[in-house]
Design a protein around this ligand. Structure first.
Ligand code: BDR
Ligand code: CA
Length: 323
């Protein structure tokens, strides 16, 4: 029987606790093939997120090259890494990556994104769950990739549908706040983009009990339990939820279960200066205003709601399947 062609995915990431959850979720999907893991600064500096991506791919037998990318935003100064969320080592300071070192594959992430997209026209989905610097650089290096990608799916922004407007500031989500100029380029480029924002992902909560059950189920669940003890405690204090928000997992889930999401269409712009820097604003298609900054920009899809329990269930099924 002919083998079913898998969907090619480039995972652009800053591991990162929920990034690690998303990577393991992706590994468990039979319909997807990871063409590459590309890393960027964000939850930690890029040498740390790259080391972590290498660790995760080696430890869990993920057969994809890891390419290191941007170490700083396009225009603004690098903001301090959120060590109070992801730990000094980016993986919860669980002492699991201490002493591990490996070299990433050759080439800058942005160049490799261009190469892979060009070699597989119409077949590659870019799944970006980190500052959008690598994607903006790839577009700058070769604008033609905009017509060659299959899709661009982002965990980023906060669109206020689900109540939440920001985590880095009252109006800005961290991935976009870390590089608002890159995010604005990605949102205004002529390629398809679907954004799964913080206002939706904040409702995708794997409870303490879910995490404990997965820890019993085997190595992947136990690993995720070990790295997420501080992350869970922070979310309990900060969001008053009994568990962890699966931000990056939710965007990954869109690739295999888009029916779990409801989406709105319209151009998106990012505020790039002032106290609202990093705010993401969508102008809905069909809404009429006077001349404005959204005019002439292509519509994007933004998640407005989702089957949160369905997303958490698909995460649990995926991690359980890894044993
Ligand atoms: C996003 O920011 C990062 O800290 C997480 O990994 C996620 O990608 C949530 O705002
Ligand atoms: Ca991330």
């Amino acid at each position: 029987m002919a083998e079913i062609e898998k969907n090619l995915v480039i995972f652009d990431t800053d591991p990162g606790i929920d990034d690690a959850m998303a990577l393991l979720f992706l590994k468990a999907q039979p319909s997807l093939k990871l063409a590459a893991v590309t890393t960027v600064f964000g939850n930690a500096e890029v040498d740390i997120t790259t080391r972590n991506a290498l660790y995760l791919t080696r430890r869990f037998g993920i057969d994809a090259p890891v390419y290191a990318g941007a170490s700083q935003p396009l225009t603004i100064a690098r903001r301090p890494a959120p060590t109070f969320i992801h730990g000094n080592d980016g993986l919860g300071d669980a002492d699991l990556v201490t002493g591990f070192s490996a070299e990433p594959a050759e080439g800058h992430a942005a160049d490799r994104i261009v190469d892979i997209v060009r070699a597989n026209p119409g077949k590659v989905t870019l799944l970006a769950v980190a500052p959008l610097t690598n994607l903006a650089l790839a577009l700058q290096r070769d604008p033609s990739i905009a017509t060659l990608v299959k899709d661009v799916v982002i965990m980023g922004g906060a669109f206020a549908w689900g109540g939440r407007r920001g985590n880095a500031t009252p109006v800005a989500e961290a991935n976009v706040h870390n590089d608002p100029h890159a995010a604005d380029r990605v949102f205004t480029a002529a390629w398809p983009v679907t954004a799964i924002g913080l206002d939706v992902t904040s409702h995708c909560v794997a409870s303490h009990e879910d995490a404990a059950e997965l820890a019993e189920s085997g190595g992947a669940g136990r690993f995720l339990w070990d790295i997420s003890r501080g992350y869970e405690a922070l979310y309990q204090r900060r969001n008053q939820v009994d568990g962890c928000c699966l931000h990056d997992v939710a965007a990954a889930a869109y690739l295999v279960a888009p029916h779990l999401f409801s989406l709105h269409s319209g151009p998106v712009r990012v505020v790039t200066e002032g106290i609202a820097i990093g705010q993401t604003i969508q102008k809905l298609d069909g809404h009429i205003f006077g001349p404005n900054a959204w005019d002439g920009h292509p519509s994007k899809l933004v998640a407005a709601d989702a089957d949160f329990a369905g997303i958490v269930d698909s995460y649990k099924t995926a991690i359980r399947s890894l044993g």
